[in-house]
Design a binder for this molecule. Structure first.
Ligand SMILES: [Zn+2]
Length: 143
């Protein structure tokens, strides 16, 4: 995979920070309050991969690949650090994660993986939400 441009420090941004999460590994946390409907994160669609190359990717990367408008995308920071919650506080729209409700500064930003076209998604969820579905599988990608 080629890097198209010099990456800025991916762990720092005015709206969020990447740090250790109680849900899993690292997570993305709001560094300010967001109002419902606000754009929280804009997706970085630059890292694309050909479908036939996906099986050759290292597993942690392969597991994050998602399908968007005919392209297979490898998420960069912070997208790759977003944790799933069955009661997520954002939803995906037009290559952005939008606040589904008001998000307080310091809250972990979560997405619902089963609403996104992640290519190879099979996981057990321990998000702890009352709505937890325990087993998460991706929807088949629409061609
Ligand atoms: Zn869950």
């Amino acid at each position: 995979m080629k890097k198209t441009s010099a990456e800025k420090d991916p762990s720092k941004h005015k709206d969020w920070i990447v740090k250790r999460s109680k849900i899993h590994g690292k997570g993305v946390f709001a560094t300010r309050d967001f109002k419902k409907g606000e754009v929280v994160i804009e997706w970085d669609l630059k890292s694309q991969v050909k479908k036939e190359d996906i099986p050759d990717l290292p597993e942690p990367i392969r597991k994050n690949v998602y399908y968007y408008k005919g392209k297979y995308i490898i998420p960069t920071s912070p997208g790759k650090y977003l944790n799933h919650s069955c009661d997520a506080n954002t939803f995906a729209k037009n290559a952005r994660d939008i606040a589904l409700r008001d998000i307080k500064k310091g809250e972990e930003i979560t997405i619902n993986f089963s609403d996104e076209a992640i290519v190879d998604l099979k996981m057990k969820c321990r998000c702890g939400s009352k709505k937890c579905r325990n087993k998460i599988k991706s929807k088949p990608a629409k061609a």
